[in-house]
Design a protein around this ligand. Structure first.
Ligand SMILES: *[C@@H]1O[C@H](CO)[C@@H](O)[C@H](O)[C@H]1NC(C)=O
Length: 189
């Protein structure tokens, strides 16, 4: 039994030591940060950061501290890729990234709670194929009519394809069942 007590004591000391080092590191990091601003600018930048956070919170935007309720239903974003353009893999990837960033930024301050929820709970994205010539515009119209965020990427045409081509349509984030009424018939890419 004394052996066990010693082992316990030993691990207790190790844990306590770890916690103490953790505190010390946190403190040192905090000091480093406020000291790094140089000549009074740290106070200013703290104030403007606070102002930005306040404005964002008021708008429900970036850095908002308002609690985000867990979504009732699975949320997702779909990225509909224009297959008739025959883009290379890297190009498709880049265009999908444009679309996801574009739809998020263009609707970020819209008080759309689905955006905050999607952001907090995994940000699921699905890539789908669109090939019919007129389909992208029709999909966008249908989604927008249902109040779902949309964004179409128009390529600058520096590589591979003609300038102004509609490469990817992003729809969402929105509840899965709502998105399925718009894009449920499209095949996975
Ligand atoms: C694909 O892009 C071309 C060029 O912009 C466009 O004419 C066509 O309608 C697009 N396809 C779809 C499915 O939107």
């Amino acid at each position: 039994m004394p052996g066990l007590a010693l082992v316990l004591l030993d691990s207790l000391i190790k844990v306590a030591g770890g916690v103490a080092i953790g505190w010390w590191l946190k403190d040192a990091a905090g000091k480093g940060k406020s000291g790094g601003g140089g000549g009074g600018s740290s106070k200013k930048s703290k104030q403007s950061a606070a102002r930005r956070a306040g404005a964002a919170a008021a708008a429900g935007g970036i850095g908002s501290s308002a609690p985000v309720p867990r979504p009732q239903e699975e949320l997702k974003m779909v990225l509909c890729v224009n297959m008739s353009l025959k883009m290379g893999t890297g190009k498709v990837g880049a265009q999908c990234a444009h679309a996801a960033v574009g739809v998020l930024w263009s609707h970020y301050n819209s008080h759309n709670v689905a955006i905050r929820q999607w952001e907090m709970y995994g940000q699921p994205k699905i890539a789908l194929k669109v090939s019919d010539e007129s389909e992208m515009a029709a999909l966008e119209a249908k989604a927008a009519a249902g109040g779902i965020p949309t964004y179409i990427v128009h390529d600058a045409g520096r590589t591979q394809i003609a300038a102004g081509s509609q490469t990817v349509l992003a729809i969402g984030p929105a509840p899965k069942s709502q998105l399925d009424t718009v894009t449920g018939h499209l095949k996975l890419l």
